[in-house]
Structures are given as structure tokens and as C-alpha cells.
Design a protein around this ligand. Structure first.
Ligand SMILES: *[C@@H]1O[C@H](CO)[C@@H](O)[C@H](O)[C@H]1NC(C)=O
Ligand SMILES: *[C@@H]1O[C@H](CO)[C@@H](O)[C@H](O)[C@H]1NC(C)=O
Ligand SMILES: *[C@@H]1O[C@H](CO)[C@@H](O)[C@H](O)[C@H]1NC(C)=O
Ligand SMILES: *[C@@H]1O[C@H](CO)[C@@H](O)[C@H](O)[C@H]1NC(C)=O
Length: 510
């Protein structure tokens, strides 16, 4: 028996056998704080919640929203009452979306719901967009709400069966969109419906009480013809994570590795805490968790600027730019327009995003061979690249070092630009010796001063190979002025004729 308690000064933890600290830490800023404390083996549950759990008050309501009033519940479709379909002008031949919310403390719909309703109508004008209201059950201790997801899902399944019988609607038309706990509700709805629904989209499905569970007890690929999932808050601590970490669909996309969403930094949250008190803490969590919803809304509204995700064995490999291929459906569109690729095993994909809508970025892999006549020790320089294309430029982009630079070896990097620079024409590359304040880099600087040379001066780069994810173009850039070999200055590279080849021996492999 587990119970999740909301933390306050008065929280009594005496009944807990084990206390797990679930903390959130943002390396970009300073500070860490406790998010949730989970007590395992809590002896007695509060009688209040026990009563609520036993009562069968899990009545889900089905509000057919109108494009003109995305925020208002003007008409409820009542299962068993065919009249209500006509009253609400339900279109039996149209796409039908069921939006399923998650856990709630406030007992009210969150502000993303009308935004998603509007975006769905924007894209599919004749659709039926139904908001499933299970607020009564969702407004509970988390563990209780999580236990109710099955019962709520079963009710939705009955609703789906009834719609199918009454209107003869092909279930391929039904698309369930569930957020957080609502994603698992959608899973139960899909698995209990007599026939399979077309699609379930899980928006950062909830992790606690579902991670590692059997496929029958959570959202899984069996629940619909196609199940796609966006994971945006999978930062784990002791096996607990707000969003589920494991893949649970046919295609699971982990934007920004599934955590640390740009624009959701702790700094902003801390400012809010300063202004609004400790209750604003949840905003930082909500920002990352809810980012999944906004990525999906973005995909509905900005069809022409669809973000791409790439299949990859790990986020670490993706961060080295090693997974930007689109061959054999290795890449896919993020969100609504995803290609419904069904493989026997879940496909995990990665993408980077901007901090706000439209979220898409342009991904590049840079393969750089650092050569040196003398044996240089492993280096941690600061590498900066500027890209110049037919439509614009992106200057002074930092190449993130995933490991130290060693000579006579090809290193692979991921680089992203927020804007479309068109076809790449030229790039500038800069190597700077010290990076940050680490003692080792300070020592290195001092020693190279004594010896009269710096490591970087011995290292040369003759070519840079580039693969653009969004266009799938492969290009080779050669140094413009072959005499300028010293990397301690900015070097210019222009497109050269050499074919883009993969030198497997030299390619970094893990
Ligand atoms: C559920 O509620 C209905 C009325 O709303 C009642 O008739 C039924 O007995 C209840 N079932 C249980 C198991 O409490
Ligand atoms: C119902 O939807 C279909 C297409 O999905 C559309 O052609 C038709 O006009 C709609 N009917 C009404 C009354 O809006
Ligand atoms: C270069 O360094 C490596 C490992 O540090 C060593 O094995 C190798 O012998 C060195 N080569 C030269 C030419 O010093
Ligand atoms: C690196 O490779 C070049 C060319 O193959 C060679 O001349 C040089 O000695 C190598 N450097 C080291 C340190 O092994």
C-alpha cells in the first residue's frame, strides 16, 4: 500500500517505514528541492479516502465542445441516450477525439484543455472533440486517483461501444488523447472497448504506480491500432519519475531526452516562488510535464513546421548526432502527423526543441577529425561553430563535448539551429583552450603558457563532414585557407567536392 502525501510543515511522516526523497535538480541553475516524499508501507490509509474509493462515484462525463466555445461544457453526450447525440450535433461520420485529463489538485480543468480543443478543430473542422470529465475521481490522493484509472477507462470503453453500436462509426475514427494519468485511462478504455480504437496518444503518461507494471495495467501498444507517446518529464530519482520512463507505445518520442525542457528552468520557478510562495514549486514540474500537450498542440497548429524525431538507441548517442538518418522509417514527424509505423518492438525516438512554439529545430551532425603530429593529452576545449546558409546564418553555436577530445580520432557532435538557414554554404570553426573554471583547464592554461604552446596549436582539422537531419543532405566542408592550420583562431570551411563517406574505423562507436 502506497500513499502519496502533499508536503507541508505539518506533514506527519511518523507512519512511514521508508522515506524516498524525490528531488529535482537543474544543473543550469543552483539548488535542489524536494518534490514528493513517498512513504512505502504506510499502515493505515485515511478512512476518508477509503470511503471514496469504495463508493462507485467514478462517473465520467462526455462534453462535446464547440469550436466557438472551446472552454465551455454546453452539451453532454449521455451513453444510452441516443437523443443526446442529435442534441449535441454529434457527426457520426467524422473523426472523434476524446481528451482525457490527468490528476488534479484543484478539481478544475487545466488551461491547456481549451487550447487543445481549439487546435483540434483548427485542423479537423468537422470533428467531434469530446472532453472526458473524470475530475471527481481525479481529485484524490494520487494513489487513489491512479487506482481509479481502470474504472474510468472501463466507463469510457462502454461509451465507445455505445457510440459504435448507435452510429455505426468505424473505430478507426476514434482517437483518444490522454495526459498524465489520463494516458493510462485511455489505455484502459482502449483495452476494454469491444473493438480496437484507431489511435491513442499518450502525453507524458504518469510514472508513479505504472512504471514497470505489466502491459495490462498501464498504457501499452495493445490498447489501440496505433499508440504514440510523448515523454517530457522522465527525470528519475530512485525509480520514481513523474512521467513514465519506459516506452509504452508503438512509437515513443523523448523530446530533449525526455527531460529538462527548454524554457522550463528552475530559475523561472524560483522567481515565481519568490513572488508567489512555495506553492509555485509545482509550476516547474507542470511546465515539463505539460510540455507534451503543447508539443502536440504545436503539431496541430503548425503543420508546415513539423518537428522531426529520430530513432536512436540512447539519448547519449542522439546527443552526439549519431542518429539523424531517415532510412527505413528511422525518422518520424512529432505529434498529430506522425507516420503510424508499427514495429514488433517499441520504437524510441529523440528530438530537440525550442523553448516555445513553434518548437521545431534543425538538427545537424558534425563529424570532425582532429589530427595531430604529436601526442596531445585529452583536451576539453570550448568549440564554437557558426553556420552560413542560403537563407540565413546561425552564429556562435557551442558544440557540446560529451567526452574529451583526443587526437587522430573522429568525433561526432549534434548541433541544432532554431531557424532554417537553408542550404549550408560555409561554416566557421573556433577552438578555445579553456572551458569554464575547472582546475584542470586552469592548470592546462598555465602549463601551456610555460611551454610556450597550447594543445590546440598542435591540433588540425582539415575537413568537417555534416549531415542535416531535416533535409537528409550530406556535405563535406574543407578548410578554405589550407595554410591557416592553427585552431586557436577562427577557421573558415567551405563546401568541397569530396564525397561524404563513413569511415567506420575512425567513427566513434560505443
Ligand atoms: C453504484 O451506484 C449505483 C447508483 O448510482 C448503485 O445502484 C449501485 O448499487 C452502486 N454499486 C456499488 C458497487 O456500490
Ligand atoms: C460530418 O463530417 C463529414 C466529414 O467528416 C462532413 O463531410 C459533413 O459535412 C459533416 N456533417 C455536418 C452536418 O457537419
Ligand atoms: C601516445 O599516447 C598513447 C596513450 O597515451 C600511447 O599509447 C602512445 O604510445 C603515444 N604515442 C607517442 C608517439 O608518443
Ligand atoms: C596522427 O596521424 C598522422 C597521419 O596519419 C600521423 O602522421 C601522426 O603521427 C599521428 N599522430 C599520432 C600522435 O599518432
Amino acid at each position: 500500500m502506497c500513499q502519496t502525501v502533499k508536503l507541508s510543515q505539518q506533514t506527519d511522516l511518523s507512519g512511514c517505514h521508508h522515506v524516498y526523497l524525490f528531488s529535482q535538480y537543474d544543473p543550469q541553475t543552483i539548488g535542489a528541492f524536494i518534490l514528493v516524499i513517498v512513504c512505502k508501507g504506510l499502515v493505515s490509509a485515511s478512512p476518508h479516502f477509503e470511503n471514496q474509493y469504495k463508493s462507485n462515484a467514478t462517473v465520467a462525463k462526455f462534453s462535446l465542445r464547440k469550436p466557438s466555445h472551446p472552454d465551455d461544457d454546453l452539451c453532454y453526450i449521455i451513453p444510452g441516450k441516443p437523443d443526446s447525440l442529435a442534441t449535441c450535433t454529434f457527426n457520426g461520420t467524422s473523426k472523434t477525439f476524446l481528451i482525457i485529463h490527468g490528476w488534479t489538485l484543484s478539481g478544475m480543468f487545466e488551461s491547456w484543455i481549451p487550447k487543445l480543443v481549439s487546435a483540434l478543430y483548427e485542423r479537423e473542422q468537422t470533428a467531434n472533440v469530446i472532453v472526458v470529465d473524470w475530475l471527481n475521481s481525479a481529485q484524490n490522493h494520487y494513489v487513489v486517483a491512479a487506482q481509479k484509472t481502470k474504472a474510468v477507462g472501463q466507463e469510457i470503453a462502454q461509451f465507445i461501444d455505445w457510440i459504435e453500436e448507435t452510429t455505426n462509426m468505424p473505430l478507426e475514427n476514434i482517437h483518444l488523447i490522454g495526459y498524465s494519468l489520463g494516458a493510462h485511462v485511455a489505455g484502459f478504455a482502449g483495452s476494454h472497448a469491444t473493438n480496437k480504437v484507431g489511435r491513442i496518444t499518450g502525453l507524458d503518461p504518469a510514472g508513479p504506480d505504472f512504471e514497470g507494471e505489466h502491459a495490462h495495467r498501464r498504457l501499452s501498444p495493445d490498447d489501440a491500432h496505433f499508440v504514440d507517446v510523448l515523454h517530457t518529464f522522465t527525470r528519475g530519482s530512485l525509480g520514481l519519475s513523474i512521467g513514465i520512463q519506459q516506452p509504452v507505445g508503438h512509437v515513443d518520442i523523448y523530446p530533449n531526452g525526455g527531460s529538462y525542457q527548454p524554457g522550463c528552468n528552475l530559475r523561472g520557478a524560483l522567481e515565481k516562488i519568490a513572488n508567489f510562495g512555495i506553492f509555485a514549486v509545482s509550476d516547474a514540474v507542470k511546465c515539463e510535464h505539460e510540455r507534451s500537450v503543447h508539443l502536440f498542440i504545436d503539431s496541430l497548429l503548425n503543420e508546415q513546421e513539423a518537428a522531426m524525431a529520430y530513432r536512436c538507441g540512447s539519448n547519449d548517442m542522439f546527443d552526439r548526432g549519431m542518429c539523424l538518418s531517415c532510412r527505413k522509417s528511422r525518422c518520424n514527424t512529432v505529434g498529430y502527423d506522425i507516420n503510424k509505423v508499427r514495429k514488433p518492438r517499441s520504437v524510441q525516438m529523440y528530438t530537440k526543441t525550442r523553448s516555445s512554439m513553434p518548437f521545431r529545430v534543425y538538427h545537424y551532425q558534425l563529424k570532425i577529425h582532429f589530427s595531430s603530429k604529436v601526442n596531445s593529452s585529452a583536451m576539453e576545449p570550448s568549440l564554437t561553430v557558426s553556420l552560413y546558409g542560403t537563407r540565413g546564418e546561425a552564429e556562435n553555436l557551442q558544440l557540446k563535448l560529451k567526452e574529451k577530445i583526443v587526437t587522430n580520432k573522429t568525433h561526432s557532435f549534434l548541433l541544432v539551429t532554431e531557424k532554417d538557414i537553408g542550404d549550408l554554404l560555409m561554416l566557421k570553426f573556433k577552438w578555445e583552450e579553456t572551458n569554464g573554471w575547472s582546475a584542470s583547464s586552469m592548470l592546462k592554461m598555465v602549463s601551456s603558457w610555460w611551454s610556450g604552446s597550447s594543445d590546440g596549436a598542435n591540433v588540425a582539422v582539415h575537413k568537417i563532414r555534416i549531415r542535416a537531419g531535416e533535409t537528409q543532405q550530406k556535405m563535406v566542408f574543407c578548410i578554405k585557407d589550407p595554410d591557416a592550420q592553427k585552431l586557436t583562431q577562427e577557421l573558415t570551411f567551405v563546401k568541397c567536392k569530396d564525397p561524404w563517406r563513413t569511415n567506420r574505423k575512425r567513427t566513434l562507436r560505443r
